[in-house]
Design a protein. Structure first.
Length: 183
């Protein structure tokens, strides 16, 4: 069995637009990215389109990949996250994770006071996130922004699953404590 080496395959795509290397990357990442997009709320068809868009960007940007800065998987998932964010911006959706966490209440968003409150809460969350230790911030981003499962995060970062869960739990507690202080 041949070991899957995404970094080597990306380098081959960058160097010579190697279609076989790209096909291997596509076969490996397309279903994973599709699943990630579906966890973020996309329909099956939309998730498939977003996965394809991600891999098209990989093809175009392969020369920008730097194995010194990130693992191949982290780089690919960052592209997927950016595709998802671009899509959300195009469609004008708000970030679902804030609503799911109950941070936005039912308000008349046409009222200036409501808009100000939402902006203040977002600023509180952002400033609280910046204060998190790097390892906690990274797992929060991968879990809540990239939509990765805890097991995927553990694999991506090369750390035990329990460590991922602990970091997420600690980060969420710190965020709750900090945002609670700021109210």
């Amino acid at each position: 069995m041949v070991e899957f080496d995404a970094a080597r395959l990306i380098m081959r795509v960058a160097a010579s637009q190697d279609r076989d290397a790209f096909a291997q990357l596509f076969e490996h990442y397309a279903p994973r990215i599709k699943a990630m997009m579906m966890r973020r709320g996309a329909s099956r068809d939309r998730a498939e389109d977003l996965a394809q868009e991600t891999l098209i960007r990989l093809w175009r940007k392969a020369a920008q990949y730097d194995p010194e800065r990130a693992t191949a998987s982290a780089w690919v998932y960052a592209i997927a996250r950016n595709v998802s964010v671009d899509e959300m911006r195009r469609e004008g959706r708000a970030t679902a994770w804030i609503e799911e966490d109950g941070m936005l209440e039912e308000e008349d968003n046409d009222e200036p006071e409501s808009l100000l409150l939402v902006a203040e809460r977002e600023a509180q969350v952002r400033s609280s996130m910046v204060a998190l230790p790097d390892e906690q911030l990274r797992v929060i981003r991968l879990s809540f922004f990239d939509g990765l499962a805890h097991g995927e995060i553990a694999s991506l970062l090369g750390i035990p699953l329990g460590t991922v869960k602990s970091r997420i739990r600690l980060a969420l507690q710190r965020l709750r404590d900090r945002v609670g202080e700021l109210k």
